[in-house]
Design a protein around this ligand. Structure first.
Ligand code: B1M
Length: 208
């Protein structure tokens, strides 16, 4: 059994090489990709988030930890995706304008790919105009928006209004730590999910 506690510790320390090598060893040893994700990478990032909240660590340490998680996720992603079969839907996803947080959005994108969705990732700091343009030209059924800052959440509502004004009929799913079901309903989003796993269920429901 791979040492997923050591993997979480590598993320916490921002030790990219160790995070990548334990991820590889875990996968080669037959540990399920989802277990590596939940018990190693996400467990480590949870601790980082907690320490950041308590001012025990600062932005540089968080950034270094985030990089280690991203490097390990590059190894993990193809394995998560392998579980997918036929594309069951097509969506664009992005972090809203002014917001550079992408770890959660990447996890959601990864899980959706793993569940069989075709995912077009627009990255971070995505303007309402860009969401509208991409949704129109790519012919998607679903638009996913992520926000981690209370100050960038209004970008979700602006985007929904821009989509409506442009006559885009694709459904909208929103998420991110400060986003709630109530907020989603208030801004007219059809779907909300509190985490990457439930994002898959919500997306499936919206394209059914
Ligand atoms: Co920043 N940051 N950050 N940060 N950061 C938070 C979000 C914060 C809560 C920390 C704190 O103060 N305790 C706080 C926001 C406060 C607020 O607005 N309420 C904060 C702040 C203030 C800032 C800056 C303003 C700091 C500064 O410069 N003074 C700055 C803003 C930069 C910007 O965006 N313009 C900033 C910068 C950064 C870093 C660059 C250092 C780094 C981001 C690196 C990166 O993403 N590439 C960073 C990080 C890492 C964090 C914390 C520590 C961790 C976020 C994270 O990755 N969590 C965070 C504190 C925390 O959350 N405890 C914090 C792990 C991730 C798996 O969870 O993203 O919630 P999350 O995603 C979950 C769910 O929310 C959901 O599924 C995911 C997986 O389960 N989900 C969706 C997410 N998107 C979804 C979309 C869906 C459905 C579900 O549908 C489409």
């Amino acid at each position: 059994m791979a040492d997923l506690k050591a993997l979480a510790d590598a993320v916490i320390k921002g030790d990219q090489a160790t995070a990548v090598s334990i991820t590889k060893v875990a996968l080669e040893g037959g540990t399920a990709p989802k277990t590596v994700l939940d018990q190693g990478l996400i467990a480590g990032m949870d601790v980082v988030g907690d320490r950041f909240k308590k001012n025990e660590i600062y932005i540089p340490e968080v950034l270094i930890a985030a990089r280690a998680m991203k490097m390990a996720m590059e190894v993990l992603e193809p394995e998560l995706v392998k579980a997918g079969v036929e594309p069951i839907g097509k969506l664009v996803i992005g972090t809203v304008q002014g917001d550079l947080h992408d770890i959660g959005k990447n996890l959601v994108a990864m899980m959706l790919k793993g569940a069989g969705f075709e995912v077009i990732d627009l990255g971070v700091d995505v303007s309402p105009e860009k969401f509208v343009q991409e949704a129109k030209t790519r012919g998607v059924q679903l638009i996913g928006m992520s926000a981690l800052l209370t100050t960038t959440m209004p970008g979700m509502e602006k985007t929904i209004k821009a989509l409506q004004a442009a006559g885009v009929s694709a459904k909208v799913m929103v998420g991110g730590a400060p986003v709630t079901e109530n907020f989603a309903q208030k801004i007219g989003a059809q779907g909300y999910a509190p985490d990457a796993a439930s994002a898959v269920d919500t997306a499936k429901r919206l394209v059914a």
